[in-house]
Design a protein around this ligand. Structure first.
Ligand code: ADP
Ligand code: MG
Length: 635
């Protein structure tokens, strides 16, 4: 017997080549050999195979997948799978899920290099002239469900691993950061892999490639983290914004119900706003690599409802379940099941709630290699505020993308140095950092154009907008900041002015860090000298106050103070002390008190950021896991 030989008795469904022919189910002995799957009549008494009844050439197989069992199926037909080849689906029923899995796995392995492998399939049966999943009536109709793994692939999920990074080298001199490297904790597609456009993209320059939503592209080159060179199915090549596409293998992103990057508070807000009994979504759990189903339920007649959050658990065999006894080989199958059966949940999953309708993100730098923006493409809509460099306005770029525009007051910035640095800063990209889109430098005043966040500055948001925030919401805000800062740390980029006033709040409540590194270009002694009135003394550790020694560890100290600002809802740190008293007292051991809203665990996280010696303080990547663990315990 060759290595791939397998034998098993299965129930086979007749292939119903004519719409009206009756369906029947017969026990057959299936044999998987080197180049085909054959099935035989079988004598159960003598345990012998009899006549050959049919076979499928392995090279013709296009897909092997489980099938959703019929509601009324008898117990011996609970584990169906399908083999799709030229003549349509062959439906086979295994005795157990384990046997089914073994066969699917083995067949997928041998057919993994076949031509024409399918990417979509029908998760339910073809019966009496109709696909029961999508009601299409043509047997050849394209599948209605995207395969979670391609037929041949046994890819691990592409979730980011949260393993701590290797220690970041400390930077002594506060000079120019090293050129950015791809952050080691992020995995993703590589050259040669296939991606799918999540949004359409209209080329902004001759080097760009148009993206059409849901179409596939092959990645050719990823030298720039934001702009990848890609090829479309017609062979056209060009640059695409990397945040417009998702990897084709990355299963869940294709499903409307999967709300990547949504946290618990945001999920609750969305579900409550929609106010639909059975509204649901699937999101990343606060535990890395895990997922949570959030469901909204209303007792009939009531106006308010409740949100429930269920973690998707895995069995030791790698199956998924929400309620025990209902295990599935994939998350989409599990969701599909619970869309029809509440089975222990507060409600059946009736309505998909999605944040997908949100408009496309702004493409980085608004065109490949373009960091100089044409000011005539900007429309100014309203003034947002006034900062160290002057007025900040909200506007549109090319009439459609929201942007914030800093109009740099003459004499307030060391402009040439900044313009040089802007090229590096444009490449910093993270969902918790405010994106720099480009600059207008051919005129005075020069403009800095960035992502616009409609909820404005975090400090004002804490003071004026937040109303009885939950403990989880406060910690989620901290988590957003730690994630953005962990990215900066991985790029060896020091912020130097981290504080609630330098964080902004997006429409959905996500917090993003802004103004990183900008303080180096301020021309104002009151701001740059540690004795100056505008120097961020309250956010500075002793080594900065005494020796101006900036590092990622001084950012950590400032992060502890920012966390304190969050938990006091925007109080001024060391309220009763003036700057010189703070320098004295902090260098001799004074620390901020525990805010009322912070429990001991939360306060201990702030406190480790304020350790005397910089090397005793944690890294941001460690803080990310501390905050994540705590969040997970709270849910
Ligand atoms: P500076 O950093 O020059 O001191 P700020 O960044 O503090 O200026 O900007 C002044 C105000 O403008 C902020 O408090 C905030 O309310 C608003 N603002 C700045 N940038 C943005 C942005 N990207 N999106 C929304 N509002 C912003
Ligand atoms: Mg600022």
């Amino acid at each position: 017997m060759s290595e791939s030989n397998l034998e098993e008795i299965f129930i086979k469904r007749s292939q119903q080549k004519k719409k009206t022919s009756p369906l029947n189910y017969k026990e057959r002995l299936f044999v998987l050999s080197e180049n085909k799957i054959s099935y035989f009549d079988y004598d159960p008494e003598k345990k012998k195979k009899k006549a050959l009844k049919g076979s499928v050439d392995l090279e013709k197989i296009k897909c092997v997948e489980t099938v959703f069992p019929d509601d009324s199926a008898p117990s011996e037909r609970q584990f169906p799978f399908q083999i799709i080849y030229d003549e349509g689906p062959l439906y086979i029923f295994a005795k157990s899920d384990e046997i089914r899995k073994k066969w699917i796995h083995r067949i997928r392995h041998v057919v993994r290099f076949n031509k024409d492998l399918m990417q979509k399939y029908h998760p339910c049966f073809w019966e009496d002239g109709v696909w029961k999943c999508c009601q299409q009536v043509v047997k050849q109709a394209m599948g209605c469900r995207v395969l979670e793994t391609r037929n041949g692939g046994f890819k691990q999920s592409h979730r980011k691993s949260r393993k701590p990074l290797p220690p970041t080298p400390e930077e002594d001199k506060p000079c120019r950061p090293l050129p950015p490297q791809p952050p080691p904790q992020q995995q993703g597609p590589g050259p040669g892999s296939t991606v799918i456009a999540e949004y359409p993209y209209v080329p902004q320059g001759p080097q760009d490639l148009e993206l059409r939503k849901d179409e596939e592209y092959t990645i050719l080159e990823m030298g720039d983290a934001n702009w990848w060179r890609a090829k479309d199915k017609y062979g056209r090549e060009g640059y695409i914004p990397s945040n417009y596409v998702t990897e084709a293998m990355n299963g869940l992103e294709r499903f409307e119900w999967y709300c990547k990057n949504m946290n618990r508070s945001q999920a609750e807000q969305l579900l409550k706003t929609e106010n639909k009994d059975g509204g649901f979504l699937v999101r990343d759990s606060s535990k890395a690599g895990k997922y949570t189903v959030s469901v909204f339920s209303k007792v009939s007649g009531e106006t308010t409802g409740i949100c429930k959050h269920y973690n998707i658990c895995t069995t030791s065999q790698g199956q998924f379940y929400l309620a025990q006894l209902h295990n599935f080989t994939s998350i989409p199958e599990l969701i599909n099941y619970h869309q029809h059966n509440s089975a222990g949940l507060v409600s059946r999953l009736k309505y998909i709630m999605s944040n997908r309708a949100d408009s496309a993100p702004s493409p980085f730098g608004l065109g490949y290699g373009v960091w100089e923006i044409d000011p005539t493409h900007l429309t100014f809509i309203k003034e947002l505020g006034c900062g160290q460099f002057g007025v900040v306005k909200y506007g549109k770029w090319q009439g459609q993308h929201d942007v914030a525009i800093k109009m740099i007051k003459e004499g307030s910035m060391s402009e040439d140095d900044f313009i040089e640095e802007a090229k590096v800063m444009m490449k910093l990209r993270h969902q918790n950092l405010v994106q720099l889109y480009g600059v207008c430098t051919k005129q005075k005043p020069i403009y800095i154009v960035t992502e616009f966040l409609s909820n404005g500055c975090l400090l004002t948001y804490l003071r004026d907008t937040l109303n009885n925030p939950t403990a989880i919401h406060l910690l989620e805000m901290c988590k957003d900041v730690t994630e953005g800062m962990a990215y900066l740390e991985s790029q060896q980029f020091i912020h130097r002015d981290l504080a609630a006033r330098n964080c902004l709040v997006a429409a959905n409540g996500t917090i993003k860090v802004t103004d990183f590194g900008l303080s180096r270009y301020v021309l104002d002694d009151e701001y740059t000298s540690s004795a100056g009135t505008k120097f961020p003394v309250r956010w500075s550790p002793p080594e900065v106050l005494l020796y101006c020694k900036f590092s990622s560890k001084s950012d950590i100290w400032a992060y502890g103070v920012l966390m304190w600002e969050i938990y006091t809802l925007g109080k001024m740190p060391y309220e009763r002390l003036n700057n010189s008293e703070i320098v004295d007292k902090v260098s001799t051991g004074l620390r901020l008190y525990r805010p009322q809203l912070a429990n001991e665990r939360v306060y201990s996280i702030m406190s480790i950021c304020w350790r005397d010696k910089p090397e005793d303080r944690p890294t941001f990547i460690e803080l990310v896991s501390n905050v994540q663990d705590l969040l997970y315990e709270m849910q």
